[in-house]
Design a protein around this ligand. Structure first.
Ligand code: C2E
Ligand code: MG
Ligand code: MG
Length: 578
């Protein structure tokens, strides 16, 4: 409870007692001089939560992204430090499970009766946030969200716009919420029971919080809501939003925890849709296709006709399932010691065994994996599979015991938290020796992550893993960066090898890169060796390692095994008889 200070003269301030907004007067030390009844109701347990994060009160303040405020960000501390707040809109979470309200906070200096220095008001603006003086007839009176009529109008406009700019991608999310009190309670419940109206309002509020300002959030009917996303780049944005919505609605509602089940049907547009009804109907079909036992709260409508036309979209949607359906493969390209052409390791290169399109090369899907973020799970699968396979081969075949494996990692992967720990776990779990693992990255990684990357690279190296710059010479090629990073090896891009036998300038560059690597104590691998001439030239330059079609193309695991078996079989033949 808020305790008025004994100094507070009750009478003059009493006029504020019955104001609907919360009014608090504090002294210089932040002690309460006066507070009215609305403040006691709005801030149960006192004003501690306005001045200190984690105060022992049953409420806390959040910013508009639902991030709890830290102590320096809390309003009372800022007011005592001399700041004035003017209708600052924050979220107030009260109780457990939390009920979230919008509040607008204003402060002003106070020089009335008592020892107060500042007067603070908190106005509950939740209804205003939702209603915002909507024109009648187009908004749902319960939640304040656009109603079906307005939604259909917006969908029709979006379709009309899309047909004049045919490349835009949009997504319609049909959100169905069910749960005790939502589907079986009367709109206005009896005392002590959650009100369905309150629950639906809360759902609308949470959906709004997940949406970007330009996203339409509408209340379609009873327990169905719709979100319309326009101008998205990939379907990943819609799926990400569906996951966020599911998480937000999974948080318990109202005074007693009311579990809410959320299902989301997604239909991408504009596709072939000529009407808003058809589009909505496909989202509804997707909703009905959700299989609860799969544990995925959303389903993407299989808009085959259109998706088939849009290969990129189709690739993206298929790739999403490729990992879980076991459609990814690794092929292994031998890396040889150029002086004797003996294999000393492999580069692991990902392929996708597509159910209808056959074996796809990375050029057909890596870029899409990068833009959708799918490169993260894909990258982990590759690292794990490469280590696992190499360990199996090591145990089966002693002649492979010293072979290394190089795994490509994209710049995106380096942004993940716990990256180094996860790499360590994979190496440990598969039993593969970290000293035989090489991680390849392009110069882009260094540019995207600047100084923060050095620590990560050093930690990876401390595990015993070797680091390699891939496609060297194609990026920004600032030679000066090389010594700043803990690399072990440079892989010269194949564009330098390609014409080096005809192009004198290229040969010069090649020569200086090999020399540079030597001076920096780095190994050099040349990639794209296709002809005996390339091979001879690189050998003459004393480049140590190489890979290319001259020695072998990337091989499927069974082809690697066949190659190794053949080599073993050849050994006795080729060894001189004693
Ligand atoms: P990269 O890492 O530079 O891999 C070498 C590419 O050159 C491979 O293409 C390989 O098949 C090809 N290559 C090797 N020798 C020759 C040759 O003599 N001549 C020619 N013309 N090409 C040769 P691939 O397998 O199509 O991979 C392309 C790129 O895709 C890779 O380039 C790498 O950047 C990326 N990639 C492959 N697997 C992964 C992966 O698991 N994760 C990530 N992030 N990227 C990958
Ligand atoms: Mg590579
Ligand atoms: Mg390369």
């Amino acid at each position: 409870m808020l305790q008025p200070s004994p100094l507070a003269p009750e009478m003059p301030l009493a006029v504020l007692s019955h104001l609907p907004e919360a009014v608090i007067v504090v002294d210089q030390a932040g002690a309460v001089v006066f507070c009215n009844a609305a403040a006691e109701t709005l801030l149960p347990g006192g004003i501690g939560g306005l001045v200190q994060a984690h105060a022992a009160v049953p409420y806390h303040l959040l910013d508009r992204h639902q991030r709890p405020l830290t102590t320096p960000e809390l309003p009372l501390g800022r007011v005592l430090a001399g700041q004035h707040l003017c209708n600052e809109e924050l979220l107030l979470a009260v109780g457990a499970p939390a009920r979230i309200r919008w509040v607008a906070i204003t402060s002003c200096p106070y020089s009335g009766p008592g020892a107060g220095t500042a007067l603070i008001t908190l106005r509950d603006i939740s209804p205003a946030q939702q209603h915002n003086a909507p024109p009648p007839g187009l908004y749902d009176t319960l939640t304040g969200l656009p109603n079906r009529l307005l939604l259909m109008d917006r969908l029709s406009h979006a379709l009309a716009r899309a047909h004049s700019q045919p490349h835009g991608l949009m997504a319609l999310l049909l959100i169905d919420v069910t749960g005790v009190g939502l589907t079986d309670a009367p709109l206005i419940g009896s005392p002590g029971q959650p009100l369905r109206a309150d629950l639906l309002t809360e759902v609308g509020c949470r959906l709004k919080l997940q949406a970007r300002p330009e996203t339409t959030v509408a209340h379609l009917a009873d327990n169905q809501f719709v979100m319309l996303l326009e101008d998205i780049v990939t379907s990943a944005a819609a799926i990400e939003l569906a996951d966020q919505v599911h998480t937000a609605l999974s948080q318990p509602m109202l005074p007693q925890p009311v579990p809410v089940e959320t299902r989301i049907g997604i239909a991408l547009g504009p596709g072939h849709y000529q009407s808003a009804d058809a589009w909505l109907s496909d989202a509804d079909t997707a909703l009905a296709q959700i299989k609860p036992d799969l544990g995925q709260p959303w389903h993407l409508f299989d808009n085959s006709l259109w998706m088939q036309q849009d290969l990129k979209l189709q690739t993206e949607i298929g790739l999403r399932h490729a990992i879980e359906r076991g459609e990814l493969r690794l092929h292994y390209q031998p890396i040889v010691t150029l002086s004797n052409q003996e294999i000393c390791g492999f580069e692991a290169l990902v392929r996708w065994q597509h159910p209808t399109r056959g074996l796809l090369l990375p050029g057909e899907f890596i870029q899409i994996a990068e833009t959708t973020g799918l490169i993260i799970p894909l990258g982990w699968w590759v690292l794990n599979e490469a280590c696992r396979q190499m360990q199996v081969w090591t145990e089966q075949n002693p002649s492979m015991a010293a072979f290394t494996v190089s795994v490509n990692m994209s710049s995106k992967q380096f942004s993940q938290p716990h990256l180094v720990e996860r790499i360590r776990q994979i190496v440990e779990k598969t039993g593969f020796s970290a000293h035989r693992l090489k991680i390849e990255m392009t110069e882009g990684v260094l540019i995207d992550h600047s100084d923060s990357i050095i620590t990560i690279l050093e930690q990876i190296k401390a595990l015993g893993i070797k680091l390699l710059v891939d496609d060297f010479g194609t990026g920004y090629s600032s030679l000066s960066y090389l010594h700043r990073f803990p690399f072990d090896c440079l892989k010269i891009d194949r564009s330098f090898i390609e014409n080096a036998d005809q192009d004198f300038e290229k040969l010069e560059i090649l020569q200086s890169v090999v020399r540079l690597a030597w001076n920096l104590g780095l190994d050099v691998v040349a990639e794209g060796i296709e002809t005996p001439r390339h091979h001879a030239q690189l050998k003459a330059l004393r480049c140590e390692l190489g890979q290319g079609y001259l020695f072998s193309r990337p091989l499927a695991p069974d082809a690697v095994e066949a190659m190794m078996a053949k080599k073993i079989a050849q050994v006795p033949d080729s060894s001189p008889a004693t």
